[in-house]
Ligand binder design. Structure first.
Ligand code: ADP
Length: 370
């Protein structure tokens, strides 16, 4: 902590007020050439190898002409659970809420929560007498949990007048699903769903990544696809997406607990151009990021967002800053996947960890790992 209690033996009492800061080294990877723009990506991590490795992936992408991304979906979710005295009544509310004829009136009520909240969809699941309603809405540049929760409360109050026997058990019934591994996020998405791709030239794979295309394609198939299937993975069809996601989240003031679903990722690798070059992609259905609200306002985190050019609310097009941040997360994951998979294919993993992670240098005194 940068500040500590004057007397260590004195017991600290907690009132929820911060008592200091925990310092985490920040390094930068890049430039990441993504969608024609260059980004210097801040990463907060105690793992020395991580920044250097992501940096190598960025270099391979850069000299190959850059990566491209698409935001496939953008919607935060919240799913309350309500209970009735019979399953038939729970089903009645499900049909009411899912009826397209009722959507507009529910959206008007929901959207009162914020000028940025726009209801997109309500998806229902019944478990006996209980109904789970998964609300999805756009949230501008905010990650959106507060916004969507307020909108859900508005709709519950509205529904209560027609469904007097509806017992609201909880505004979050875990069908959302926040900060827990859940198939619903992997399949339906939560936050921003992004796909990011690049073609890495054969000579770049050889010279920068020190391996070859066939070895990478085979390793990806046997590790990220087959190995993860054998392990019964849920969204974990990748080498180490969560390493990059967590480091960027800490640096830019995101909620680090959302690393759980934000790291869902399937990494695909394929030989293209007559088997010469490598097509690599990451598909990440639930990247939960914001550039306003929460920890994004803190000084250091705000400086990191500024470095990426996505600080605060976008004036011209609300939501475009947070969507760009999501693409940067995916682009950095692409770089991280390329580099770690190459190290594994070339059998270099242990050697590089010994060099960077067992270093006797005090990383807190370094601006970034060499
Ligand atoms: P979250 O919903 O992610 O928890 P907060 O509620 O803490 O976020 O922050 C969102 C706040 O920022 C809201 O009060 C909202 O009105 C305000 N805001 C200002 N500009 C924007 C924008 N472009 N997008 C989203 N929210 C914005």
């Amino acid at each position: 902590m940068t500040s500590s209690p004057s007397n260590n033996s004195q017991k600290m009492t907690s009132s929820g007020v911060p008592v200091g800061y925990v310092q985490i080294p920040v390094g930068v990877a890049g430039p990441l050439l993504l969608d024609g723009e260059e980004f210097t990506v801040p990463m907060a991590t105690t793992e020395g190898c991580l920044v250097a490795s992501t940096n190598r992936g960025c270099k391979a992408i850069h000299v190959s002409g850059g990566a491209q991304s698409v935001v496939l979906k953008d919607g935060m979710t919240r799913a309350p659970v309500v209970r009735f005295s019979s399953a038939a009544r729970a089903a009645e509310l499900k049909f009411f809420v899912e009826d397209p004829l009722n959507f507009d009136s529910l959206a008007v009520v929901f959207n009162r929560s914020s000028r940025f909240a726009r209801l997109q969809r309500i998806q229902c699941a019944v478990a006996g007498k209980n109904l789970y309603m998964r609300f999805t809405c756009s949230t501008g540049d905010a990650m959106g949990m507060n916004m969507v929760s307020k909108g859900v409360q508005n709709v519950l109050d509205f529904l209560q007048s027609d469904f007097l026997d509806m017992d609201i058990i909880g505004i979050s019934g875990n069908f959302c699903s926040d900060k827990k591994p859940a198939a619903v996020n992997w399949i339906e998405g939560r936050g921003k769903s992004v796909v990011c791709e690049a073609v890495i030239r054969e000579e770049v794979v050889r010279k920068v990544l020190k391996t070859n295309v066939a070895a990478l394609v085979e390793l990806n198939m046997l590790k990220n696809l087959t190995g993860s299937a054998m392990a019964g993975a849920l969204g974990g069809f990748n080498a180490h997406a969560s390493n990059i996601v967590s480091a960027i989240y800490l640096a830019t003031g995101q909620d680090p607990a959302q690393n759980v679903e934000s790291s869902h990722c399937i990494t695909m690798m394929e030989a293209v151009n007559n088997g010469k070059d490598l097509h690599v992609s990451v598909t990440m259905p639930s990247i939960e990021v914001g550039t306003v609200g929460g920890g994004t306002q803190l000084a250091s985190q705000s400086a990191c967002l500024n470095l990426l050019g996505v600080k605060g609310a976008s004036k011209d097009s609300p939501g475009s800053n947070s969507r760009k941040l999501a693409t940067i997360v995916a682009g950095s994951v692409l770089a991280g996947e390329l580099s770690l998979m190459s190290a594994l294919a070339a059998g270099q993993l242990v050697k590089s960890h010994m060099k960077y992670n067992r270093s006797s240098r005090d990383v807190s005194k370094l601006a970034c790992p060499s």
